[in-house]
Write a protein that binds this ligand. Sequence first.
Ligand SMILES: NC(=O)C1=CN([C@@H]2O[C@H](COP(=O)(O)OP(=O)(O)OC[C@H]3O[C@@H](n4cnc5c(N)ncnc54)[C@H](O)[C@@H]3O)[C@@H](O)[C@H]2O)[C@@H](O)CC1
Ligand SMILES: Nc1ncnc2c1ncn2[C@@H]1O[C@H](COP(=O)(O)OP(=O)(O)O)[C@@H](O)[C@H]1O
Ligand SMILES: [Mg+2]
Length: 291
Amino acid sequence: MVNEMTTRSPALPQLAPRDADSHKGDYGRVLLIGGSPGMAGSISLSASASIRSGAGLVTVAVPRRCLETVAGYDRCYMTVALPDDLKGFYELAASRVAQLSESATVLGCGPGMRTGVGAEGIVKTLCSQESDKPLVFDADALNCLSQCDDWKSMLAPRMILTPHPGEWERLSGVAASDRKAQEAAAVETGKATGATIVLKGSKTFVTDGKKSVHNSTGNPGMASGGSGDVLTGVLCGLLAQGLAVFEAAHLGVFVHGRAGDLAAESVGQISLSASDLLQHLPAAFMSLSDQ
Ligand SMILES: NC(=O)C1=CN([C@@H]2O[C@H](COP(=O)(O)OP(=O)(O)OC[C@H]3O[C@@H](n4cnc5c(N)ncnc54)[C@H](O)[C@@H]3O)[C@@H](O)[C@H]2O)[C@@H](O)CC1
Ligand SMILES: Nc1ncnc2c1ncn2[C@@H]1O[C@H](COP(=O)(O)OP(=O)(O)O)[C@@H](O)[C@H]1O
Ligand SMILES: [Mg+2]
């Protein structure tokens, strides 16, 4: 059980107003790593969401075979091709990721990446970096972590993990059907590692072991492929603007759900797609000043 006495539920964080003479360099450089043949759209959704969430510059690193596809989805991010084979990232991709991450201020990894040797190498490389750079792990980055016996020892306070209940079951060993036990495991993991866990669902739970909050926005129209990929990008965008790790997660899930609620008003829950979430992020951010 999540103990109300041991975790605090904080107020919704805010982004600071932009200085009139600020420039893109002031709003962070996001590097997103993921995608594979057949799942090129997932990492593109993340990257577009980072841009819509205020990141100054966004670069997407994808398997070489996906580069043109991903580049064709959106003109606003940059793309980098990594070594690949037919299944996704090749082993040599990890050292290239290490180089690329030097010039990034925020890292996001996992959507559509698959779980081969190359992907595992990337996850291990990112975890082993001596760095304070915020790092978001989603989808197949979490599945790669779950294949490491010592995955908890690889976590650090700079990290946000965004599992859905199936992914959290793979990691924590707690059944997806037992929501309360899954939330308790998230609190324990936050306490033990300092990482922030975003346990997704209809009332997404955010915890770093000291502070916890249940999200109040969102609707079942968001139960559609790619919704979580968008969240990954939103979180990276907020981190790029300097929000602290837990605060970015708290505000990110709220804005993401608000975009879903605005999208549902526009297209209905049945037709709502992850692309609609992207389109409604601007109105969701504008609505924050009404809070
Ligand atoms: N357009 C794209 O290219 C897309 C690619 N995607 C990628 O597809 C790969 C596989 O991800 P999936 O999440 O589909 O596959 P998973 O096998 O991780 O998750 C699906 C299973 O997890 C469990 N689960 C999920 N949500 C749950 C919930 N709320 N409550 C209980 N159980 C739940 C269920 O057992 C479900 O069958 C990832 O790399 C992901 O990023 C998806 O994001 C969909 C869109
Ligand atoms: N019934 C629901 N109510 C509110 N939000 C939901 C609901 N179903 C899904 N979502 C949200 O949609 C996202 C789904 O994430 P995920 O399962 O990772 O999707 P994908 O991997 O397809 O992108 C999460 O942010 C989750 O909170
Ligand atoms: Mg997902």
